[in-house]
Design a protein around this ligand. Sequence first.
Ligand SMILES: Cc1ncc(C[n+]2csc(CCOP(=O)(O)OP(=O)(O)O)c2C)c(N)n1
Ligand SMILES: [Mg+2]
Length: 344
Amino acid sequence: MVQERTLPVFDTASAQIDKAEGLRLYEDMILGRFFEDKCAEMYYRGRMFGFVHLYNGQEAVSSGVIKSLRQDEDYVCSTYRDHVHALSAGVPAREVMAELFGKATGCSKGRGGSMHMFSSEHNLLGGYAFVAEGIPVATGAAFQSKYRRETMGNPNADQVTACFFGDGACNNGQFYECLNMAALWKLPILYVVENNKWAIGMAHERATSEPEIYKKAAAFGMAGYEVDGMDVLAVRQVAQEAVARARAGEGPTLIEALTYRFRGHSLADPDELRTKEEKEFWFPRDPIKKLGAYLVEHNLAEEEELKAIEHKIQEVVDDAVKFAESSPEPDPSELHRFVFAEDE
Ligand SMILES: Cc1ncc(C[n+]2csc(CCOP(=O)(O)OP(=O)(O)O)c2C)c(N)n1
Ligand SMILES: [Mg+2]
């Protein structure tokens, strides 16, 4: 049996979290989970098409990193597993659901679908279907912040970029090229690897000569950290430090979050390759249950308050489906619109 890679339990005393922040994180993670569960239901009912990759189990990474950024100012770049990153970044659930339904009211105007969430309003640089394709885009976003600040002399150009990708993406050349440039130029970026142990059906250890991805940062003279990706408070702390470093002009950070997806690779995947033992190890480490228990234990929330959040978010998700269902399809006469950026 494979020994599971885990980290020492995070010392929550250093998290310094207050009630409002705790509930904000809880709500964001619940939104991610309930949204994805609803997607599965709608997909199996034939309401959405193409590949749909869900994020269940990985919520602590999205919430811990993105809620450490300045919403609508900093940049977020995703992969094809992008719905929850979009939600954490502030894209309304209605617009994400409508995009999944291919409707004109979707955040990519119904042209993108599940793998191509985009929002200029919320500085979401996109979901990308090709593995590692977002890494150079995010690196470019970080470069433009630095260029505007240092070369154009704009003191307000201190935006940080968070770039998410999987363990599989770290075996792609773009990862190495971009880390080299980002370290060389001290770009304000967080490279966040969501190591969920699998790239479709390929186990990380079978495909990767050095499976501890954070160690690769050292080859570029970059800061590199591993973190428990099932603990939002641990992720948040590492992210906050990395954001502060980036904003201070001290350069990029590679963060490897150890996490696990609770469903198959996509909704078309029967998920037969991962062992029962492995799933039984990871499923009880549900990041949402962990945060909920922490908040109650530390008298930061009552069970009823958590239930009220869940109730409220279920309504948000149900409303998103109603909105998506009642929205119009894109007009076929507009097929060529939005191909170029100037056509708003
Ligand atoms: C360049 C490229 N090669 C192959 C694929 C097929 N593919 C889609 S998802 C995937 C696995 C990627 O795994 P990982 O980066 O760990 O992300 P995860 O799905 O675990 O979130 C592969 C190989 C692709 N989309 N793009
Ligand atoms: Mg993976």
